[in-house]
Design a binder for this molecule. Structure first.
Ligand SMILES: O=P(O)(O)OC[C@H]1O[C@H](O[C@H]2O[C@H](CO)[C@@H](O)[C@H](O)[C@H]2O)[C@H](O)[C@@H](O)[C@@H]1O
Length: 275
């Protein structure tokens, strides 16, 4: 298995980011590496207050057509964007709070989840500096602080999925994740796009990692706007260099939305005063 997956399209020459209309588009954001800077420890990340305000403004301007699409559990996403409660797909789509606030979650048979956790905990204990994150139906094997163990971590994860065909590997930034088969960010975005208030719009998705490529694939197929953050091969049509570029773009989108809402109000007011 190669960690760069089967991504074949290089988008080094990309056009400038557009400013999609908040009433015509649905907005999907990855979290780590997109809305939050990558940190050494998963617990150390945060989303700045002004960025949360921009998310809130765009959520309102788009009539609720904004969702987080992450490898993190929804509970952690809620903490990161508090006090906002947004539609969200967590654990690469294995959890979902949909546009109407309904919660859906894939579960593993309890005994199997316990066995997998025990096997992984025992294996990771032998690899100092690695970190096991247990998410219920999925597991993240982090090696950011122990790069020398990358290959051992991969072999451990491969041994687990070899025993459990209902699980698959999901490589990421200094992490090998194990998640339920059939769940990915592309499927999650597709599901959102079938429901109000997302249905009937065009999708925008911003992401930075291998797990986001499935999302880009679906967004491209739906004639939407796919944006990759950072370097590396990607299916995304647009690219920005840094998380701070995402923040800047969000600020601009929010200002565009505010402007178009004030223009609409002005037009409505003008119409009314002429009638
Ligand atoms: O889909 P995402 O929102 O990008 O989440 C992917 C994983 O992000 C977290 O791990 C990554 O970020 C950590 C903090 O910056 C970093 O220390 C780690 O090396 C990265 O792999 C999170 O811990 C995972 O659960 C997410 O699946």
């Amino acid at each position: 298995m190669t960690l760069t997956s089967e991504i074949q399209v290089n988008t080094t020459e990309t056009p400038l980011l557009p400013h999609p209309d908040s009433q015509q588009y649905a907005f999907f954001f990855d979290v780590d590496g997109t809305l939050a800077e990558i940190r050494d420890e998963p617990d150390a990340v945060s989303i700045p207050p002004e960025v949360r305000q921009h998310l809130q403004a765009l959520f309102t301007a788009s009539s609720g057509a904004l969702a987080l699409i992450s490898g993190r559990p929804v509970e952690q996403l809620d903490q990161l964007v508090a006090p906002l409660i947004l539609p969200a797909a967590g654990v690469h789509g294995a959890e979902m709070r949909d546009g109407e606030g309904q919660f859906h979650r894939v579960t593993l048979p309890a005994q199997m989840a316990k066995d997998v956790e025990q096997t992984l905990a025992a294996g990771m204990e032998k690899l100092p500096g690695t970190l096991l994150e247990v998410k219920g139906m999925a597991f993240a094997l982090h090696y950011r602080q122990a790069m020398l163990h990358q290959q051992h971590v991969l072999e451990l994860a491969e041994s687990v999925v070899a025993k459990h065909p209902e699980l698959v590997l999901q490589p990421g930034k200094c992490v090998i994740e194990i998640k339920p088969r059939g769940k990915d960010k592309g499927a999650a975005i597709y599901d959102f796009m079938q429901q109000p208030p997302f249905a009937g719009r065009l999708p925008v998705f911003v992401g930075d990692d291998l797990t986001d490529e499935k999302g880009f694939e679906v967004v491209n197929a739906l004639s939407g706007i796919s944006v990759k953050v950072g370097e590396g091969l990607s299916l995304a049509k647009y690219r920005v260099k840094h998380v701070r570029d995402v923040y800047q773009w969000l600020g601009t989108l929010q200002r565009h939305a505010a402007l178009s809402s004030s223009t609409t109000h002005t037009n409505t007011h003008t119409k009314e005063s002429h009638s």
